[in-house]
Design a protein around this ligand. Structure first.
Ligand SMILES: *Cc1c(COP(=O)(O)O)cnc(C)c1O
Length: 488
């Protein structure tokens, strides 16, 4: 299987690359992304074969059908990372919350957010590839909360990869910050930046663009790569759990094999939703993918009107921070798939030069064959959290955005899977507030919710509060480079 570029080829990069190449150097010509030339066939035969498969068995077969240039033994080892999830026999459990609504819980890994689903196996594969090639890589991440911990966790003590993670000091939840600053390994560096997430992202961009930083890296023999969801090495693992959720619905007899369902995906960078789109395109019987957003509802506009317009927007901080995104990177892959490389380049160029673009009515109609969308604000989210707590189910604020989509967007009464992307323990202060009790910090919130909502806190969250803090550096933007060079 070869991978091609979403914005066409610039005559300098190869016209197509292998999976390994696409994940080691994920940026394609003209700032585009890599996409697979074709997809495996998820026909009924494939699905039926895996009706009683373990998650790892399904995943391995899927990855092999993809025909990527990674040896079976490496894939098997990578998938063993799921053995550290709460229930190794089923890393992604499905819970019923309404007669026709089920929650697929993607957060049962080490850092309690769905980022572990892809980053865990991806981290193993990337490090193996680097070792095999005798190369050294640096991954730099700016995080507003979930990507940082999951990236540090997957690469800790892995050879030939170093990770530097920048977070806005004061801009993450207490739990998220502790997950980063207590992560103790020689190949990890965590730097607090004075400022908000925007400042942190800008600082990272400036550093990555700086010529002398690049030559410093070159001198040290270090290559840069990325572990965010522009990397197809993450997307590939985000197709599998959609297949698994479908099979779970067949296994629990909600549907018969071949019946269609809805998926509801709380979205930011659209990696999770893209995985659902590829699964649908490959043949998984999905009627439609419902995209849930918070008040930063640019995806709602894109899907309902075809307009993607950054010019009249500023980012609003919400209680679902992992979805506080205006430039959603993975929709580019959907556009490539539907409209081709030339048109995708035209649209993305317009976004760069004018800050906006508008799809044609045919293009919009094509988008709406697969997607529909809505958004909810923090108040609506809190009301959802409170309502389901009453019924005995505690969800986090990202998951809560799914319920309005479930309630208002379905044209048919088909069974529905909504995705839960984080455990409530990562956002306990918001959950506590939604349940009517305002607290001063996450420790108090965890305690209060545990005592009042009949839920427990897993050991990896509880343990954070007594773990030694190993990363204490908090600096101005201009001191980041010095810190980085010291680390390297
Ligand atoms: C990353 C994240 C999202 C958004 O996922 P995308 O794939 O970027 O759309 C939603 N919820 C949580 C909790 C996340 O960590």
């Amino acid at each position: 299987m070869q991978f091609v570029e979403t914005r066409g080829n610039d005559g300098q990069k190869p016209k197509s690359v292998t999976f390994s190449e696409a994940i080691l150097s994920p940026s394609a010509s003209f700032g585009g992304l890599y996409v697979p030339e074709s997809l495996p066939n998820l026909n009924e035969e494939f699905l039926t074969k895996h009706l009683s498969s373990h998650y790892k068995t399904l995943a391995l077969d899927f990855l092999q059908q993809f025909d990527i240039d990674i040896e079976t033994e490496v894939l098997e080892e990578a998938l063993k990372r799921y053995d550290a999830f709460d229930d190794p026999s089923n890393p992604v459990p499905l819970t019923q919350i309404e007669e026709d609504c089920f929650v697929s819980e993607l957060y049962h890994g080490q850092t309690r957010a769905f980022k572990d689903m892809a980053l865990q196996p991806f981290g193993y594969i990337l490090s193996k590839l680097a070792q095999k090639r005798g190369e050294n890589y640096l991954i730099m991440a700016a995080t507003s909360g979930d990507t940082g911990p999951a990236t540090l966790e997957t690469f800790k003590n892995q050879d030939n990869v170093k990770v530097a993670c920048l977070y806005p000091d004061g801009g993450t939840s207490d739990v998220q910050k502790l997950q980063m600053v207590t992560e103790d390994a020689e190949n990890l560096k965590v730097i607090g930046v004075k400022g908000n997430f925007d400042d942190t992202q800008h600082a990272l961009k400036d550093l990555l663009a700086s010529e002398d930083f690049k030559s410093e890296l070159e001198e040290r023999g270090i290559k840069l790569t990325a572990a965010n969801s522009v990397n197809f090495g993450r997307i590939i693992f985000q197709i599998i759990y959609h297949i698994h959720s479908y099979l779970e619905m067949v296994r629990n007899k909600t549907i018969a094999m071949g019946d269609k369902i809805y998926l509801v995906v709380p979205s930011g960078n659209f990696g999770n939703a893209l995985g659902a789109y590829y699964a649908k395109k490959a043949g998984l019987p999905i009627h439609k993918i419902l995209i849930a957003s918070n008040i930063n509802n640019i995806l709602t506009d894109w899907i309902t009107t075809g307009s993607y317009d950054l010019t009249d927007r500023t980012l609003i901080l919400t209680e679902s921070p992992a979805m506080d995104i205006l430039k959603s990177s993975n929709i580019e892959r959907v556009m490539y798939d539907k409209f081709g490389g030339e048109r995708t380049k035209e649209l993305m160029d317009a976004l760069t030069s004018e800050g906006k673009y508008q799809l044609s009515s045919e293009e919009l109609a094509s988008l709406q064959e697969d997607f529909t969308a809505t958004f909810s604000d923090d108040e609506e989210g809190e009301a959802v959290i409170a309502a389901y707590a009453q019924k005995g189910y505690i969800m986090d604020p990202h998951t809560a955005t799914c319920m309005k989509a479930y309630e208002t967007l379905r044209e048919e009464k088909l069974p529905t899977v909504i995705y839960s992307t984080a455990e409530w323990t990562k956002f306990s202060s918001t959950v506590s507030k939604a349940l009517g009790h305002t607290v001063k910090d996450d420790i108090e919130a965890l305690k209060w919710v545990t005592e009042n909502a009949n839920v427990s806190v897993p050991p990896m969250i509880n343990g954070l509060f007594s773990k030694p803090i190993v990363h204490t550096v908090v600096v101005d933007k201009k001191s980041i480079k010095g810190e980085m060079l010291n680390f390297l």
